[in-house]
Every structure is written in structure tokens, then in C-alpha cells.
Design a protein around this ligand. Structure first.
Ligand code: ATP
Ligand code: MG
Length: 611
């Protein structure tokens, strides 16, 4: 049974859905109870030598290694591995590498990393390697010859155009190919000529012989093998014919003794062929019965996001983003670099659930899951993203010139029960501190609770400057500010109340209107902070054939030089923090180091999506 590497998502109560109902019904009826498993994938004879399968169900996640996985794949991974885990089954990781042209080992490794990172495992005793569909080419070839011999397949040598024209359409039945009545013997020798490289690419295809008048166009003699002289990343030049996806996929499932083959809705029309093929190969004794069954769920559509490997590749190749792991990318590596945790993505998959009809999920749902996860875990820190200096003009008088007063705040306000409380943060306050530029207003808007200087009233009197607490430090009263020749405010001045230090008896002796965050000039540390906005400004950037490149948001990345509290010197790449009042940030896993601090904005504190 597969086990998550880290604790399950906080949502322990699993809501039922149609997939759980199907699996539970199968378990009740014992649909798959008689299955044998020989310890590795194989045909009927192979499994006949095996033991009763200890896995109650077998599911699989079958990516094509032609790009990096994205958040949609994360949904599929969580569904397939999650169901196997829940029902005492096994989920296989299988590379669907039957298409020789687009695949690469770089992607294979990235997919392995992504599945592991999400907290799932496909290993079984004595069996650690993921499966690869290309290992099944020999069997697929044998299955094709079997179909030919049984009169269920033929070599068609119509031109691609003739084939297209003769396929008919929704209202019009197809027309039989003139090659359809070839004898099995003739088909077999022609198919072997295809295999042996005697025919040119595209000169012939092997087609299943089903029904050219079927209302389901996928049943109108679908192509199952084509000629393609291409070097395969795994089988090299051994083959010049390759199986079509619709033929390969059911066979891959069956060889692996998959019980529930879960895919996205666009494959619904392929299901009759899936079943047809399984029946033919079972009746021929090639595959073990009972056969796997295909079930479809709605793919994930996320607003402001593109989930197509091809289009994501285009963003990378055209330099629109810095790479597959750009923190604005919806790839798993991008989300990870952005600060997403495996727990947050699993929570997301749980929360959106599985349905049978397509819909769009609001991006804020994904963000909410990260926020929920980090709220409990991320250590707090203070950072100033747009610094302006606040000078405490009576500091020297109150504390002595050059004095730095040690301050402390908890790393977590509510440490999880049963876990040791993390060490408190230490920092100092002195005569000068950095505050956010917008925590000061020379003319305060109504209701402003941050720093503002004394104001002269219409009656000629003057009201005092605002009283504000520097979080974890002292209450200060704003007394004025300085401007440069251009009228830009360069400095804010305030008076400190020395008896009001946080955590002391006198802390309440002066009432502050608000609390602001700050970082000491003496011990603040410079950091590069990367602020993100959505990558696209259109909620459905590629819907209806739109050019998604036109919807790119030119302001999706803003880099600022910030000052952060000294505890962040110890941050390691991938460490997540809540910068108080600002949001959640992660130390960049590529560029952050002890000498060059780099933080990526992960998600805001509140949902301000669309505001
Ligand atoms: P793309 O079009 O981005 O290349 P794909 O569907 O071709 O995606 P595969 O590598 O073939 O990608 O997909 C592996 C599995 O992930 C499949 O079972 C597929 O159904 C599932 N999957 C892909 N995209 C999504 C999505 N947006 N939501 C849910 N599942 C998805
Ligand atoms: Mg695909």
C-alpha cells in the first residue's frame, strides 16, 4: 500500500464522490477479487503464475514525459494515489512514452521528483522503478498481430486524405476502405513489412476493423499502429512503427493489472474502443480478465492559469518566464518555488473534489489552501518592503547615545499543540528604524491609524502627532518629518516613550492608536524581495482559441530591495515565513543564500484577488 511521505491533509473527513462510490461498489461485489499479480506487469500467462493480488485496487498516473507537470496533473496525482492509499491499493507511476518524438529524460526525472515531492510513492516490495509504456512495445506488437490473425485489424494504404474523407462525420457514416477486405495472411505480411521498414512513413497504418458506420467516430476503424522513423529515448531505433495512444493505453493498463483507469473527460468517447480492445485481447487469451475499466472526471481549469504543457513550453521557450520553475508558472516546480507546500496542493485537490462536468475553479481557492497551511506553520518575521527611516529624536536622551535595546517576539503566535515551541526571534531597537513608506502620511486620511505629524486645526489650535506602537518595541509619537528639495519625504521623526516597551508593566501607560511593523537600522538585513501578480490578466487566457500571449500581464513581477529582521539571516532556501502584515514569503530555492537573501511572495494574508 502506498503511504504519504508526510502527514495527510488536515481534511481527514473524505467526502464521497462518484469514483469512491464505484470503487466501494467493486470492493463490495469483489469485482477484482480473483485477480492475480505476478509482481510485475505482464500478459495473461505471466499473471497466471502470480499470487492473489494483495492490492485491493490498482490505479495509475500515466504522464507523457514531454514537459513538466502542472497543477492539473497535481489533481490527477492526488486522485489516483489518494484513492489507492484510501482503499488499500497501489498506484503505479507509468511513463506513457509511446510517442517517440517529444520525450526527454529531463522530463522523466522532473516527473519523478514532482510525484515524490507531493508526498506519494509507487514503490512496492522489490519494485521501485516507475513503469514505462515503451517496455510493452513487444507485447503491443504481438497484440496487433493477434488482432490481424483474428480478423480484427487490417493494413490500410489509403492516403491520409482519403482516410479523412472516408471517415464521415457526425451526420454521415464512414465509407469502407478498399483495403478493408484483405485477408489476415495478407495483412500480416504487410504489417511485418511495415515493421521491417519496407514502407515509407505515412504510407500505411494498421487499423482496427470495427464499424465504419458507428455513431461514435472513434469506433470507425481507428488507426492503432503507424510508421514513424524516429529514435525513441528508451528503445532507440529498434522500432519504426509505433502504437497509437488509444491502442497503447488500454494495453498498458491491462498489463499492469490496473482496476480503475481514471482519466479526464476528453477520453470519454474513447471508452467504447477501450472496452472493445480489452474484450478482443481477453477472448484471445492474451490478457488476464477481469479487464480494467476507464472512468472519466473533469479536468482542472483554474482561472488566470494555463494548463497545457505545450503552451507552458511556449512561455518558457519564448522567454516570457525565466523557466519551467518560474514562480509565476502553474507547474509543480513553479508552485514549489513560489512557496506552495505539498500539503497545500493536496488540500486543494481534496477541496475541489472530483466531478463529471467541466467547470472553472477560482484561483483564490488555490491560494486559500496555501494560506491555510502556512498560517499554522510559517514563522513570523518583520520586513519593510518600501523603507523610509524613522528617527526617534529623544532616544539618546532617554537611553544614552548608541544604545540598542534587545526585543523579542514569538516565531509562532500559536505553536501547534504537542510540538516544541520554536525559539523566539531576537532583534534590537535603536535611535533609527525602518518603516514602510505608506505607514506615514503627512496629511492623514480619515481613520488613519498609523504615523502622522501634528496637524493644525481650522480654529488655529494644533493636534498632537499620532501615537503608534512599533510592534514588539515602544509606543512613539510622531513629531514631524523631513523633505528633500523635490518635496519627497526622506525621514519621519518621532518621540519614544521609554517606559512603554512591549511585555513590560508600563507597556500600556501610553495608548497607541495603531501598531506598525519595522526593522532596526542597526541590525536590519538587506533582502531582494520578488512580488508577483497573476501571469495573465484574462481569467481564461486560452479559452476559445484566444492567443494567450496577448493576455500576459506585463506587471506580473516586481523586484524590491527590502530590509528584513536579523532572524531571517538564518533562513534556508524553501523556508516559508509570514512577513507580518505583508503576507507569506519563501526563501527562493534557487537564488537565496546567507549572503544574498531572496524572498518570493507566496500569497497575501487575505484574499484580495480581483481587488
Ligand atoms: P497536456 O495537455 O498539458 O500535455 P496531458 O493531458 O497531455 O496534458 P499527460 O501527461 O498525458 O498530460 O497527463 C497525465 C495525466 O494527467 C492524464 O491522466 C491526464 O488526464 C491528467 N491531466 C492532465 N491535465 C489535467 C488537468 N488539467 N486536470 C486534471 N488532470 C489532468
Ligand atoms: Mg497527453
Amino acid at each position: 500500500m502506498t503511504k504519504p511521505a508526510s502527514p495527510a491533509t488536515p481534511e481527514e473527513h473524505k467526502v464521497s464522490n462518484f469514483l469512491r462510490q464505484i470503487i466501494e461498489a467493486d470492493l463490495d461485489k469483489g469485482t477484482y477479487a480473483s485477480r492475480l499479480w505476478a509482481g510485475s506487469p505482464g500478459d495473461a500467462a505471466h499473471h497466471a503464475k502470480g499470487q492473489p493480488d494483495t492490492a485491493n485496487i490498482r490505479t495509475r498516473f500515466p504522464p507523457e514525459p514531454n514537459g513538466y507537470l502542472h497543477v492539473g496533473h497535481a489533481k490527477s496525482i492526488c486522485i489516483n494515489f489518494g484513492l489507492a492509499q484510501e482503499y488499500g491499493g497501489v498506484c503505479h507511476l507509468r511513463f506513457d512514452d509511446t510517442n517517440p518524438e517529444k520525450e526527454d529524460t529531463e522530463y522523466v526525472n522532473a516527473i519523478i521528483d514532482a510525484v515524490k515531492w507531493l508526498g506519494f510513492s509507487w514503490s512496492q516490495p522489490g519494485n521501485d522503478a516507475p513503469y514505462q509504456a515503451s517496455d510493452y512495445f513487444d507485447f503491443m506488437y504481438r497484440a496487433a498481430e493477434h488482432l490481424i490473425e483474428a480478423g480484427h485489424a487490417y493494413v490500410d494504404e489509403q492516403s491520409p486524405e482519403e482516410m479523412r474523407n472516408n471517415r464521415g462525420d457526425f451526420g454521415k457514416p464512414g465509407v469502407n476502405s478498399p483495403f478493408r477486405s484483405r485477408s489476415p495472411a495478407e495483412n500480416l505480411s504487410r504489417f511485418r513489412e511495415m515493421r521491417d521498414g519496407k514502407l515509407d512513413d505515412g504510407a500505411a497504418v494498421l487499423r482496427a476493423k470495427i464499424d465504419m458506420a458507428s455513431p461514435n467516430i472513434n469506433m470507425r476503424d481507428p488507426a492503432i499502429y503507424r510508421i514513424r522513423r524516429a529514435t525513441h529515448h528508451h528503445t532507440g531505433d529498434k522500432w519504426c512503427i509505433y502504437p497509437m495512444y488509444t491502442f497503447a493505453h488500454p494495453i498498458e493498463d491491462a498489463l499492469e493489472q490496473i482496476t480503475h483507469s481514471i482519466c479526464t473527460l476528453e477520453f470519454e468517447d474513447q471508452r467504447p474502443f477501450y472496452d472493445w480492445l480489452m474484450e478482443r485481447l481477453c477472448e484471445g487469451g492474451l490478457l488476464a480478465a477481469p479487464s480494467p475499466k476507464q472512468y472519466e472526471f473533469a479536468r482542472l481549469n483554474l482561472t488566470y492559469v494555463i494548463t497545457s504543457k505545450r503552451k507552458l513550453a511556449q512561455l518558457v521557450n519564448e522567454g516570457k518566464v525565466s523557466g519551467w520553475d518560474d514562480p509565476r508558472m502553474p507547474t509543480i516546480v513553479g508552485l514549489r518555488r513560489r512557496g506552495y507546500t505539498p500539503e497545500s496542493l493536496r488540500l486543494f485537490a481534496d477541496r475541489i473534489g472530483v466531478t463529471k462536468s467541466d467547470s472553472w475553479i477560482d484561483y483564490s481557492t488555490l491560494e486559500g489552501c496555501l494560506r491555510e497551511d502556512l498560517e499554522l506553520k510559517a514563522h513570523r518575521a518583520m520586513a519593510v518592503l518600501d523603507p523610509i527611516k524613522l528617527v526617534l529624536t529623544n532616544w539618546d536622551e532617554a537611553f544614552g547615545a548608541g544604545h540598542l535595546e534587545p526585543c523579542t517576539l514569538p516565531a509562532l503566535p500559536h505553536p501547534p499543540e504537542g510540538q516544541p515551541e520554536p525559539a523566539a526571534r531576537q532583534f534590537t531597537i535603536g535611535k533609527e528604524v525602518w518603516i514602510e513608506r505608506d505607514d506615514f502620511a503627512d496629511v492623514p486620511p480619515k481613520g488613519y491609524k498609523r504615523l502622522s505629524p501634528p496637524q493644525s486645526n481650522p480654529d488655529g489650535s494644533t493636534s498632537a502627532g499620532a501615537l503608534v506602537r512599533l510592534k514588539g518595541g515602544y509606543v512613539v509619537e510622531c513629531t514631524g518629518f523631513a523633505k528633500d528639495a523635490q518635496g519627497v519625504i526622506t525621514e519621519v521623526h518621532a518621540k519614544v516613550f521609554p517606559e512603554t516597551k512591549s511585555g513590560t508593566a508600563g507597556s500600556d501607560s501610553v495608548k497607541a492608536k495603531g501598531v506598525i511593523t519595522w526593522v532596526g537600522v542597526a541590525d536590519g538585513v538587506k533582502a531582494e524581495v520578488r512580488l508577483y501578480d497573476r501571469l495573465f490578466s484574462d481569467p481564461q487566457p486560452d479559452a476559445g482559441g484566444k492567443d494567450f500571449l496577448e493576455a500576459l500581464n506585463p506587471h506580473s513581477l516586481k523586484v524590491v530591495q527590502a530590509i528584513v529582521e536579523p532572524s531571517l539571516r538564518k533562513a534556508l532556501p524553501d523556508d516559508k515565513f509570514q512577513f507580518e502584515r505583508l503576507g507569506y514569503f519563501v526563501a527562493d530555492r534557487m537564488d537565496h543564500s546567507a549572503t544574498h537573501l531572496v524572498f518570493n511572495q507566496a500569497v497575501g494574508l487575505k484574499d484580495n484577488w480581483g481587488k
